[in-house]
Design a protein around this ligand. Structure first.
Ligand code: GLU
Ligand code: MG
Length: 459
């Protein structure tokens, strides 16, 4: 691992700052996403950008132990209030925020004071996963789909007061046409390639998808898109909830991930001689993920609320299996249209939500996919029905089991999955389990209504 190139970072930051100053930017918010999936931030004036890139700004290492409720959970690796880290601003992702005039944003990398990547830095871990993939001769393309529920600022518990019209309804789109237009235009001005936006199924729900990109950049984009939705919603008297489950009944907010891997310029999810045109590499990569989905849920569905969302017949994918264009399997192979498959074919992971730290999601998917490649793993038979419509016996015969139905069960699966615990490293893996157990304790006696209310505006 190369040392921090402090001079290079400072030079690139100076250059970016000149452009931002011309655009009227005065402050830069640096974000990182913590182990509970919450985006935390520190800001610097524009004049400090080069220093913050090269030398970082101080940040307590207790941030690793922050829970969803801002409790600092004493963990095996915590040193309490003692110690400091450096948040290094990434000059290559700096962008002026259309929804927050005078402000720019960029993700931060967390280093220790000696200049080494912090052992619990989630973005650093995602970068490491990308490097491991490159060592095997592959690159990945990835995108997060963002679903959110909109409520009026003055009636925040009832989305149907702010958003009229049916699921996928044009009436809903028309009512909020100005809002959606402002949102897409803000994202466009921030360099985000929006591919689609639509009213979703649940009351008050919308969805926005973006183009696939380098996995670490895709995780950055997920942070930026949510921040932009929040800001533009505020300008329209609205609030946005990204929680896995806005209310105890109904359909939740997913955080689906689309990913594919390439060898050179060739997408290995198309043009192969395996089922549905998969190549052996794509099959093994997907199988490595499928085999470890129970453990991955502790990363991708990390909240107690996640398990209120993970229900059969909710298009969230709760039975371990995969299928071609099957929206009830957690892994949906998206093949694309004949003639366009080399570009379009990808794997959609449907069981994840936006309580997840997107950098940990990237790392978890790439490391488990890599394990599948190393094992030359193969996929079971694809599932071509709604697995929830099969009887238990039929599912057993087909080897389709239910994914963990509680956070507790997912954490136990995570702790006994060496591919994840070893690639994440013991400090991070231990802390993730401790934080999830804290949340389980806090909600031990809570009703689904209490859980959804407590988490509604957290993510
Ligand atoms: N909202 C659903 C979920 O909880 C997903 C709907 C869809 O397939 O886009 O994941
Ligand atoms: Mg959707």
């Amino acid at each position: 691992m190369a040392d921090l190139d402090r001079e290079g970072l400072a030079a690139r930051a100076e250059e970016a700052a000149a452009g931002l100053a011309a655009a009227g930017v005065e402050l830069v918010a640096m974000t990182f996403v913590d182990n509970s999936g919450i985006t935390r931030t520190k800001a610097v004036p524009l004049s400090r950008v080069a220093t913050a890139a090269a030398w970082g700004v101080g940040a307590s290492n207790s941030f690793d132990f922050f829970a969803f409720d801002d409790e600092i959970v004493p963990g095996e690796y915590s040193a309490g209030p003692v110690g400091d880290l450096r948040l290094h601003l990434d000059p290559d992702r700096l962008v002026a925020l259309a929804g927050l005039p005078g402000w720019a944003w960029t993700p931060a990398d967390r280093y220790d004071q000696e200049g080494a990547v912090h052992e619990q830095d989630q973005r650093g871990l995602a970068k490491r996963a990308v490097r491991r993939l490159a060592e095997q001769g592959y690159t990945a393309k990835l995108a997060f789909e963002i679903e959110w529920v909109v409520a009026a600022d003055d009636a925040p518990d009832d989305p149907s007061a702010a958003v009229l019209g049916p699921a996928y309804g044009f009436a809903r789109l028309s009512q909020h046409a100005g809002y959606l237009r402002a949102l897409v235009s803000a994202l466009d001005s921030q360099g985000v390639a929006v591919e689609q936006v639509h009213p979703e199924y649940a009351a008050g729900q919308f969805e926005l998808s973006v183009a696939a990109e380098d996995p670490v950049r895709a995780a950055d984009t997920a942070v930026l898109v949510r921040q932009t939705i929040r800001a533009v919603s505020g300008e329209h008297g609205l609030r946005a909830s990204f929680s896995p489950k806005f209310s105890a009944s109904g359909v939740g907010n997913g955080g689906h991930v689309h990913l594919s891997i390439q060898r050179g310029d060739t997408n290995v999810f198309a043009g192969g001689d395996r089922v549905f045109g998969l190549t052996p590499a794509a099959e093994s990569f997907a199988a490595g993920i499928l085999d470890r989905l129970p453990a991955l849920l502790a990363v991708g569905a990390p909240s107690v609320a996640s398990y209120l969302r993970l229900l059969p017949h909710h298009w969230a994918g709760v039975f371990r299996g995969w299928g071609l264009e099957n929206r009830e399997t957690p892994l949906r192979l998206v093949r694309g249209v004949a003639g366009d498959r080399h570009r379009a074919a990808n794997l959609e992971v449907k069981c994840f939500d936006q309580a997840a730290n997107p950098y940990l999601v990237v790392a978890g998917l790439l490391f488990t996919g890599l394990a599948g490649l190393a094992e030359e793993a193969t996929l079971p038979e694809p599932v071509d029905v709604d697995p929830g419509s099969l009887t238990e016996d039929e599912r057993r015969e087909r080897g389709i089991e239910r994914l963990p139905t509680t956070l507790d069960a997912a954490v136990a699966a995570f702790e006994s999955e060496p591919v994840l615990t070893e690639s994440f490293g013991r400090p991070l893996a231990t802390t993730l389990a401790e934080l999830r157990r804290h949340e389980i304790r806090v909600f031990a006696a809570a009703t689904p209504e209490q859980v959804t209310a407590a988490l509604r505006w957290v993510y």
